[in-house]
Design a protein around this ligand. Sequence first.
Ligand SMILES: [Zn+2]
Length: 207
Amino acid sequence: MNDAALEYFDIHTHDLNATRAIISTGPGFPPVAGRFYSVGIHPWETSGEIDADWLMTIRRRVAEPCVVAVGETGLDKLKGAPLERQMEILRGHIAVSEESGKPLILHVVKAFPEIIALKNEIKPSQPWIIHGFRGKPQLAGELVRHGFYISLGEHFNQDVPAVVPPDRLFAETDESDLPIGEIAGRIKNLDNSLPFAIFGIDNSVIN
Ligand SMILES: [Zn+2]
């Protein structure tokens, strides 16, 4: 493992104590000073009760400087509310991402045609990042051609990194117990400066 891998900034974790990482939380979680967050309603949580003013709450939270991305949000055909409802909630997150100028972190399960069609329709100005991508290289290539970014975690198809350019590729721990340095070390073509560039994080303030 090289030093560069050890220094990699984790773009997606649910570990609330993580530093040098973007911690993915729901809108109710109070931020801790010096940490970075993404805020959204996970697709799995769309089947439960959601506050009527959820969108206003997310908009307010995303305005905080420590919140550097919107999500995770997305579409999951195996879990959560019916797809139509998930789509409605996703569109709210997209609006906040575009208004705030902060990237969108996406959880997509068995709904890649839908997410590609949505991106073609909306033509967002903000990066859309497919987190925890476990698909095949062919699908990764198609997503790249449509302008998506791809984030890989502990489990990924070994042929995927080669088809994703370094300026579209991230690493993440998500719910893994492995350190980010170990996961990043398995992905040979990572650009360690990309998380800072895309999420507007000042590298010098977090060391
Ligand atoms: Zn996650």
